[in-house]
Design a protein around this ligand. Sequence first.
Ligand code: NAD
Length: 355
Amino acid sequence: MLIQADTLTDYIRKIFVASGCSDAESARISGNLVDANLNGHDSHGVIRTPRYLQWLREEKLLPDRDLSTVSESGSLLILDGNYGFGQTVGPLAVERGIALTQELGVAVVALKHAGHLGRIGAFAEMAAERDQVSIHFVNVAGSVLVAPFGGTERRMSTAPVAIGVPVRNDAPIILDFATSLVAEGKILVAAKGGKPLPADSLVGPDGNTTGDPTLLYGDADPAVTPDQRRGPGAMTTMGAHKGSGLALMCELLAGALTGSGATGPDYPRVYNGMLSIYMSVDRFDTDDSFAAEIKRYVAYFKSSKPAAPDGEVLVPGEPEQRVRTERLGNGIPLANDAWAAIVKAGEQAGVHAAI
Ligand code: NAD
């Protein structure tokens, strides 16, 4: 089915209001989830609604929390998200990092104990809008899903990385990916009848790879929110040993260094840690060459002859911009099972879908 972004945003907002979040927070959550769908990242879109509501009921995710400052010294800021919604504490932390960078030129912000931060590229976009380069390492404490290179048992989270580079008078370049071969939400989408997975997304106890979501979720009814602890297998990393090493570094930087915690089996809740580095372009760009050099290099990069006859070389961020334009016009596609699970969760909260 296809739903217009505004209609979907309003429906999801009402569900979170009915579940105890303030109007402002509910608008942030629904706006952020629908924004992920608009960017083509359905794994981090409205499909997350039932799970967020479950965490809210279980008090694993807390409504309307503010950040607390653990310490602030020079260009280093350490913040605690107090298990509040990532859609609230995430942008607050990023705003603090951007403000410090406007003052000092560079800043490092450690954010611990943040509720699920969703699409990390949204934070790189916020910094790019203020003419700042940013790098974000993230881990997901309590979410042990991914096998290290050479292993079959889960030891790591899907640990995403995002890097944003602003381009004057043009869209920013935003690289934003999970270090697992696919984001966990993409397995959730596949389990609910959406796009099938690459054949090497998961590894079984026998060491063989497959694209079968039951290796992660077991045989759970996909109409009910699947439990990713039930499956006998593990997700694989992207880029073999390199992706595995990058995921390890996310656990160490975003988890251990921030004080949030590298992932493991004994966490009572699932939450994000994030280490962000911000750099103000104006402090680097003393001869005003950055924008022209980016444009020259991107044109050179994209001029590489496509591998496929009808192919095209894109820079990171371009696929999202294209999907966004298309979905703003035509609506957001949702798999039937995903929609059924959202409607069911909405009805539990007392909100009936008039769509
Ligand atoms: P993905 O595999 O779709 O990769 C996305 C990146 O690759 C983007 O930068 C995109 O612009 C670029 N890209 C895609 N196709 C391209 C092409 N043809 N040419 C050039 N560049 C291309 O993303 P993913 O790994 O599935 O991650 C999805 C989302 O999940 C991300 O937004 C990530 O932040 C989010 N995530 C969040 C958490 C969390 O705990 N909050 C955990 C994992 C992932």
